[in-house]
Design a protein. Sequence first.
Length: 284
Amino acid sequence: MDRAGNLTVLGAGAMGHGIAQVAAQSGYQTTLFDIDAGVLEGAVEQIAGNLAKAVAKGKISDDDAEAARGRLRTTIELNEAVSEAGLVIEAVPERMALKKELFAQVEAAAPKDALLGSNTSSLSLTEIAAGVTDPSRVVGLHFFNPPYILKLLEIVRAEQTSDQTLARARDYGERMGREMVVVSDSPGFATSRLGLVLGLEAIRMVEQGVASPEDIDRAMELGYRHPMGPLRLTDLVGLDVRLSIAEYLHRELGGEQFRPPPLLRRMVRAGKLGKKSGEGFYRW
């Protein structure tokens, strides 16, 4: 059976539903899984809203939007979600134990030739792959937020990833209109490692009174043509996520550049997590 046109996304949060939208728009029969039916309902509404905005801006037609919605289904049953998948992409929280447990369950229920992709932005793909029987089919597929706007796909090759898996991952990326880079498994890969250093230094500058968050961001947007400044991006990603990644990279790589600034820790303790909490370096 040809299952290449079936794609499953695990986790319906900001990244998960964004990846599912891209997949559905790219012609894949897309299944979005989450353990929370309410989260799934919200994800479908968000996707519908994104598609409506794209139609209003003339980026896609009404027919294209309707077709994408028709290719998307949701479920809270994991076995049902992955049973006919050609590619499974997990987009669950950045906890190694959770990802390994999920992949073990997926391997038992998914077709034996399905690719197992992880959207992790920093965790070791080699360690994730070691938790399944056939680690050669595990690959990192790191999309960027929001996936329906940002085209970059960072493909991460674990120590066990086969050449065939890498080639198939590229094929999926091309069909989804991605601009791809391939990196070897290393803490933070390329993008998270570089982006985190910039974000942490921007936080230190706020901490030291060098400039306001708005002016630091404008400096990078206007002087370096970044589409979004590092502090606004931190708010979008989540300050708690930034802190977790910083702690992981500091532990794995050492170096003061990865040490979380005290201001970041204080803000996370205060519940100022960025857009998802309504306040971070900006008010949302």
